[in-house]
Design a protein around this ligand. Sequence first.
Ligand code: ATP
Length: 141
Amino acid sequence: MSSFHLQIVTPDGLFYDGQAESLNLRAAQGGLTILPRHTNFVTTVGMGPAKVVLDGNARTAACIGGMLSVINGEVRLIATTFEWAEDIRLHGREDIDRERAKSALERAEAKLADASLSKEEHRLAESAKRRAQVRLSIPQA
Ligand code: ATP
């Protein structure tokens, strides 16, 4: 099957560097699928599930925003955070810790119930809630 070179980078370093058959994620304009020979393209990436097909196997991850570029067949995803739904032992990276995400969701909801929050505190708590919801929405492998 034809493939393209995919690099996924997060602030923690190089997350994935190898061939992929497709990449599906939530881009600024909506759902986006990258296949081999995609035209040159740059977009922002929203929060949501990302699906990567590697060696014929679909792998799902939680992607919390970033940028995507396709330049002459080279695909680069620079993600704020990226966690696989399962430990596929690529570069020894962590998979989604559901207990951690549940705790983060509870903390965010408790914060949001506090009527004395400033606008900025409210915005931060809403973002934390959304991140936890995205992580918990990814089906377990
Ligand atoms: P928490 O309050 O649990 O830290 P958060 O949403 O504030 O959650 P982020 O700032 O988005 O965390 O991420 C910080 C780092 O922790 C990133 O490297 C991210 O991949 C990792 N991370 C956060 N939550 C999880 C999780 N539930 N499972 C695995 N890794 C996580």
